[in-house]
Design a protein around this ligand. Structure first.
Ligand SMILES: [Zn+2]
Length: 204
């Protein structure tokens, strides 16, 4: 069962009655369907992962695309099973702890409301607006570095730079500069692949 279906079972939303039956356009489940056009707008662009081009959506997939909170708040699903909205502080704590377990899936809207990212959750990954990201112990350590730099006064605009901006650095005692440079250099792998850095900047 994929993370979205686990979440649907726990949420147990009331589905509106519908007369159409058939195979869901997104997940192929045979079910009572809600017409696709009543669920997603004409500007919807996420068809590529659907198994059929049109028709209708099953109750689980209808819930996925109609539930506004899934597009605005982070949510954590586990195979236990659990499903719950998360604050950004809770996400920070989780991701600082270490690698994301294969039995967990985290959705993290970077620009809330913009995309139906929850439907693309997969186990063991963080789903952001544009990608499913693995999260290793090394990523947790790099997030710790970003957290430290943010607390030291560096901004979300500063941190993607290849070197600490001197205007921010000079506000700190010079004996801290070497440690700051060390933290800065540890983020090099994220500067060439900024999806992970976007997660870190969102939660710090
Ligand atoms: Zn479906």
């Amino acid at each position: 069962m994929d993370p979205a279906k686990v979440a649907f079972r726990i949420a147990e939303p009331q589905s509106p009655p519908t007369e159409i039956t058939g195979c869901c356009a997104r997940c192929s489940t045979s079910a009572r369907l809600t017409p696709t056009r009543e669920v997603v707008s004409r500007s919807f662009t996420g068809w590529d992962r659907w198994t059929g081009p049109a028709g209708g959506l099953c109750p689980a997939c209808t819930w996925l695309y109609r539930t506004t909170e899934l597009r605005t708040l982070p949510h954590l699903v586990t195979a236990t099973p659990t499903f719950a909205a998360q604050t950004l502080t809770e996400v920070l704590t989780l991701l600082l702890t270490g690698a994301l377990k294969q039995s967990a899936a985290l959705s993290l809207p970077l620009r809330p409301g913009r995309r139906h990212l929850f439907a693309d959750l997969t186990w063991g990954t963080i789903r952001t607006d544009h990608a499913n990201l693995s999260w290793t112990a090394s990523d947790a350590a790099r997030l710790g570095a970003v957290h430290h730099l943010r607390q030291a006064g560096f901004t979300a605009t500063d941190i993607p730079s290849p070197a600490p901006p001197f205007t921010s650095l000079r506000r700190l005692p010079s004996e801290q500069w070497a440690a700051i440079q060390h933290l800065w250099d540890s983020l090099a792998p994220w500067r060439t692949n900024p999806h992970w850095l976007a997660v870190a900047l969102k939660v710090t």
